[in-house]
Design a protein around this ligand. Structure first.
Ligand SMILES: N[C@@H](CCC(=O)N[C@@H](CS)C(=O)NCC(=O)O)C(=O)O
Length: 212
């Protein structure tokens, strides 16, 4: 497998975590978003949407991290990233969707570039924008955890699920945008628990060959 990604991209980060948890071997191809390598014709031929990540699995090139992660779960069910119970699966998917559908898209690079160049936002305004949507999403994430009354070190029980796969990169990004994580102690505790697992540590942006 060949993963086209960028060390600091949250969606690449979440896919690396999922691949590592599934113990998949993969080669990495760095697409430097700072140098707009994703906007080249060469990368457009790989992913017409010109976003990372993309995963070349020999028979096809897949895009959209949620679709790729669900494919991984179906194709390589062990270890599972979703609970067996349907209600629990819905809970885990809801937590993942808070990040994947409601936080990440509005804080993506191209949105922030539009805020800067079309609407004159400076870095303080950009951080404020990101903090607003991260805060709203993390409030909901933590409320859902508190309301669920589930125990365990991870978002849903004693082993990582999709909810953790999505949460950890979003916390990494929140810290980059200088969001004070003090408001969400439970999320910080989950991040710490994930950080004790090699699959998460090896997926961290700082651990990638293109980090810098
Ligand atoms: N929904 C897509 C989003 C992919 C995405 O937006 N990736 C970001 C990096 S985290 C990107 O390539 N951004 C380039 C840009 O915004 O210019 C997924 O989950 O794969």
């Amino acid at each position: 497998m060949k993963l086209y990604g960028f060390f600091r991209s949250g969606t690449s980060h979440r896919l690396r975590i999922a691949l590592n948890l599934k113990r998949m071997a993969y080669e990495q191809v760095a697409i430097d978003l700072r140098r707009e390598q994703h906007l080249t014709d060469a990368f457009k031929a790989i992913n017409p949407q010109q976003l990372v990540p993309a995963l070349d699995v020999d028979t096809s090139v897949m895009s959209q991290s949620p679709a790729i992660i669900e494919w991984l779960e179906e194709r390589y069910p062990e270890p599972p990233l979703l609970p067996t119970d349907a209600d629990e699966r819905a809970h885990v998917r809801a937590l993942a969707a808070i990040v994947g559908c409601d936080i990440h898209p509005v804080n993506n690079r191209r949105i922030l570039e539009a805020l800067r160049h079309r609407f004159g936002a400076d870095e303080a305004a950009v951080n404020d924008w990101c903090g607003t949507w991260i805060g709203a999403g993390f409030d909901a994430f933590q409320s859902l955890l508190d309301a669920g009354g589930r125990s365990g070190a991870f978002a849903c029980g004693d082993r990582p699920t999709l909810a953790d796969v999505y949460l950890v990169p979003q916390i990494e990004s929140a810290r980059r945008f200088k969001v004070d994580m003090g408001r969400w102690p439970r999320l910080v505790a989950i991040d710490d628990a994930c950080g004790r697992l090699e699959a998460f540590r090896c997926a961290a942006p700082a651990a990638q060959p293109d980090a810098g």
